[in-house]
Design a protein around this ligand. Structure first.
Ligand SMILES: *Cc1c(COP(=O)(O)O)cnc(C)c1O
Length: 516
């Protein structure tokens, strides 16, 4: 293999970094100027991009972009950051989806706060790994303080603990693993006649119909199978019906099934609805069932003036928080917290080369004993910088702005004859559909709503999401940008109506559709 190297004849023509070969690219005492220049170059490109972006997306399709990415010869390096950044413009930066743009309204992606981006730059350059003290030192203590801080906001007591994870999916998986192993432990005590295999087939997770799909995925990964998840119906506001939960708990008892966890969602992905946490907590306490609260989306309420929406969360056994959703942190930044730290022992394994038991005896702090991961990013630093520079109140106020805007948006939609809206949001999602005038069959309404979403994405003017409610296609705004105004929402609603109108016209003129 040949790498770009200075030729003997003309070394001055080679890029500066190539003069010293691969070692010139190692970040160390000898290369700090190269580091500064290269990173600043990257920062400048992104800054220029952010300044010039006038829409969230260019409408680029995978088919059109793929040849450019495929056409790059990975065996022929460019040698310096500037050239690689030039190339990146064409294959990524130009057509990326920009979450900071106020008309990005699709998924639970937030614009990020600058303090966190500073943290990101520091953490990847220092590159601590948060598994053991001897790979992170102060990083371990910082993460532990933030877990303690979050636990305090939740209302957990002294025995709480937790760990940062890659995201809500992983946090939920870990919570379900802890719940499963606690249920197995209890079953050994209470049903000594059952063997472990038998216990496993009886384990059930109860969660609402509109909870996140990672709960089902977790059940499968944990060897329980998707049939272990019982979907509890929701009320009109898309909150878990606790009468139905109670009934299912009773049925489980009658049929010899073992409810290992009730998963309440504090901010469902589709509707932002918050399950009735105090009632769920009371049922869990009565039945002795592990209560998990998936607050991946709603965790921002912990620092908002709407903190009361989360009342009851302090009774949970475990909680998932995604700072990369409502705390305006860059991906990834998430955590799983537990009320009783001893439950974390279900993920504790000792290895002679990493975390031998004698370390625990010496009370050297480590996080790997609490985590599903080994090598792990110091994501906590982003939240740390955010709290130290902005403070929690400012971050919470940003989330409150977003929730306020969603309610304004609901008012707008609710009084707009062109649209039908599903529920008044508790958080920041709006689920709605365009309804044409006159007598149009439901399939056509589905099609023109989907058409409007695609046409809007192709124009890049706005990016929105879609979902299915009671078998029908709906459109969805997920607001997470405090810079999104009601004017932006109104503009996007007009654009949707325009596209939906053309969709309907195409339906009425088949030759238009076939010509497409
Ligand atoms: C986003 C989300 C998740 C998954 O989190 P990731 O960080 O995307 O893995 C889980 N639960 C809810 C309610 C969510 O909204």
């Amino acid at each position: 293999m040949t790498f770009l190297a200075p030729t003997a004849e003309d070394p001055s023509q080679a890029p500066a970094s190539a003069l010293t070969g691969g070692k010139g690219h190692l970040l160390n005492d000898a290369t700090v100027q190269h580091y500064r220049d290269a990173v600043r170059d990257g920062v400048d490109r992104v800054a220029a991009k952010l300044a010039a972006t006038d829409r969230p997306f260019t409408g680029m399709t995978a088919d059109r972009l793929a040849p450019s990415v495929r056409g790059i010869d990975l065996e022929t390096p460019l040698g310096d950051a500037s050239a690689a950044l030039d190339e990146l413009e064409d294959i990524y930066l130009r057509d990326a989806v920009y979450f900071h743009h106020p008309r990005y309204l699709a998924h639970l992606n937030c614009p990020v706060v600058i303090p966190a981006v500073v943290g990101e730059a520091v953490l990847s350059a220092v590159n601590s790994s948060l598994d053991t003290w001897d790979q992170s030192a102060g990083g371990t203590l910082i993460e532990q303080r933030l877990i303690e801080w979050t636990a305090g906001r939740i209302g957990f007591g002294e025995s709480a603990d937790g760990v940062f994870t890659s995201g809500g999916t992983q946090s939920n998986l870990q919570a379900m693993l802890l719940a499963r192993d606690e249920a197995r432990r209890l079953a050994r005590e209470e049903h000594p006649h059952l063997d472990d295999a038998d216990v496993r087939t009886r384990l059930r997770i109860l969660t609402s119909q509109v909870s996140h799909f990672s709960i089902e995925k977790s059940a499968t990964l944990l060897g329980l199978g998707p049939e272990a998840v019982i979907a509890i119906p929701v009320d009109d506001a898309k909150r878990m019906r606790t009468d139905a939960l109670e009934k299912e708990l009773t049925r489980c008892a009658e049929e010899g099934l073992i409810p290992m966890a009730v998963v309440a969602t504090a901010g469902t992905t589709d509707f932002g609805s918050i399950d009735p946490l105090p009632e769920v907590a009371a049922l869990c306490a009565r039945e002795g069932v592990w209560m998990h609260v998936d607050a991946a989306y709603g965790c921002g309420l912990l620092i908002s003036r709407r903190r009361a929406y989360l009342d009851g969360i302090e009774n949970a056994d475990s909680v998932t928080v995604d700072y990369h959703k409502s705390f305006f942190q860059p991906v990834s930044s998430s955590a799983v917290l537990v009320r009783d730290r001893t439950t974390l022992r279900h993920v504790t394994y000792h290895a002679d080369y990493l975390n031998p038991e004698r370390m625990a005896k010496k009370r050297i702090p480590n996080q790997v004993d609490k985590s599903l991961q080994t090598t792990r990013r110091f994501d906590a630093l982003k939240l740390w910088m955010t709290l130290r520079i902005m403070g929690a109140d400012q971050v919470g106020a940003l989330f409150d702005d977003v929730v306020d805007r969603a309610d304004d948006g609901w008012q707008l939609l609710h009084t707009d004859d062109r649209y039908e809206v599903v529920t008044r949001p508790q958080l920041s999602t709006l689920v709605f559909r365009y309804v044409p005038e006159g007598d149009v069959d439901p399939e056509t309404v589905d099609r023109i709503n989907l058409y409007a979403r695609e046409a809007l994405a192709a124009s890049g003017e706005a990016v929105i999401a879609s979902t299915v409610v009671d078998g029908r296609h709906y459109l969805k705004f997920t607001l997470l940008n405090p810079e999104t105004t009601l004017g932006d929402i109104a503009t996007v609603l007009d654009l949707i109506a325009e596209h939906a109108g053309s969709g309907l016209a195409r339906e009425a003129t088949p030759e238009l559709t076939s010509a497409h």
